[in-house]
Design a protein around this ligand. Structure first.
Ligand code: NAD
Ligand code: UD1
Length: 340
């Protein structure tokens, strides 16, 4: 298949590009490089020995998408492009609705004009309502997100559902990611946050490598086994394999499907710190800080639907997650700015 990856130069997109190239697909990446480096794809090409067509472009540019779709015979789209920093989204809500929601609208219009109606979308566990019942199956209620980033994901899910109902020729997968972490086992591609990381594992890695002095643990008074927040951390290579499986499953049959991509297991912040320390053989300095607004105590997936429907499940455990995250950070302390 020829697969068009919006946002394919980013963290999850670049790992998925690698898996797709290795599976024999043709990959076209379309990315405005607002939060990524072209270097990630150079490295994917070197790792796979394959070619990736790269187009620097914006999903909000419908005329550009028309030209690209007219020139290349795309079979399916995996839509990663968007902004994802929760804190920034509360300061700049319009930028989030414009890039994420309006950008998706523009993309869908262009796909429709090109008779291209197979779409895999990067959704998030953030769409679920806060719940005491864990794990979360796909039919758990969705909530009222606490920030514009989360709202944009839920709005896009609604938009895509309405689109598929109105025009049943569409084939759409909503993939709800839990907490993507880790890196390719080579240590050549990984997560490269700009500025101060928002998420736990990149923060721990940057403390380990000396870029940051200490980790703030956001709350140790949750009703969890050690008082710190519990999440479902999924290795990015497992996540990438999940995209390949979803694409294979939906290509050629119309409908809309929702799948959780998680491991079905939760780990606390303190367990994450200890697991990292064991693998990296160094101490992570941390202090207990107040809770972060908008955080929930626990969140992990019921991942059985994806296993049943797609024959996919996460294979990599916490040790591999930490080993690969650490190798990437250690060998690229400044991320892709250490190009070579
Ligand atoms: P990322 O920032 O590394 O990748 C997103 C890519 O989209 C970047 O390469 C960026 O340059 C590009 N982009 C942004 N706006 C664009 C636009 N208007 N036009 C073209 N390209 C644009 O993020 P990621 O972690 O790889 O996430 C990929 C997707 O998965 C995002 O939609 C994100 O919201 C979603 N998601 C991520 C997580 C996570 O923890 N990483 C969790 C749940 C969902
Ligand atoms: C966050 C976002 C969520 C988004 C997801 C993936 C918030 C409120 N939620 O989820 O919308 O889909 O990232 O990008 O931002 N932690 C610390 N110290 C830190 C960082 C995190 O203790 O410096 C704790 C958090 O309180 C949480 C856990 O680590 O318990 C994981 O945090 P994080 O990696 O930010 O992911 P989420 O909060 O699950």
């Amino acid at each position: 298949m020829k697969v068009f990856l919006t946002g394919g130069a980013g963290f999850i997109g670049s790992h998925t590009a690698l898996v797709l190239v290795e599976a024999g697909h043709d990959v076209v990446v379309y990315d405005n490089l607002s939060n990524a480096s072209r270097e990630s794809l150079n490295r994917v090409e070197r790792l796979t020995g394959g070619r990736i067509a790269f187009i620097e472009g914006d999903i909000r540019d419908g005329a550009r998408l028309d030209r690209v779709f007219a020139e290349s015979d795309i079979d399916a789209v995996i839509h990663f492009a968007g902004l994802k920093a929760v804190g920034e989204s509360t300061e700049q809500p319009l930028a989030y609705y414009e890039n994420n929601v309006a950008g998706t609208l523009t993309l869908c219009h262009a796909m429709d004009r090109a008779n291209l109606r197979t779409l895999v979308f990067s959704s998030s566990a953030t769409v679920y309502a806060e719940s005491r019942e864990m794990p979360l199956p796909e039919d758990a209620p969705t909530g009222r997100p606490t920030n514009p980033y989360g709202s944009s994901k839920l709005m896009i899910e609604w938009l895509l559902r309405d689109l598929q109902t109105a025009d049943p020729r569409w084939s759409i997968a909503l993939l709800r990611y839990f907490n993507p972490v880790g890196a390719h086992e080579s240590g050549r591609i990984g997560e490269d946050p700009q500025g101060r990381p928002n998420n736990l594992l990149p923060f721990i890695s940057q403390v380990a490598v000396g870029r940051l002095p200490e980790l703030a643990v956001y709350g140790n008074d949750y009703s969890t086994r050690d008082g710190t927040g519990v999440r479902d951390y999924i290795h990015v290579m497992d996540l990438a394999a999940g995209h390949r499986a979803a694409l294979d499953a939906i290509a050629g049959s119309a409908g809309l499907w929702t799948w959780n991509l998680g491991t079905g297991r939760g780990y606390s912040v303190l367990e994450m710190i200890r697991a990292f320390e064991n693998v990296a053989d160094r101490e992570i300095a941390y202090r207990i800080a107040p809770r972060r607004p908008g955080d929930v105590a626990e969140c992990w997936a019921d991942a059985s639907r994806a296993e049943r429907d797609l024959g996919w499940r996460a294979e990599r455990g916490l040790e591999e997650i930490m080993r690969d995250a650490w190798r990437w950070q250690r060998e690229n302390p400044e991320g892709y700015r250490d190009a070579g």
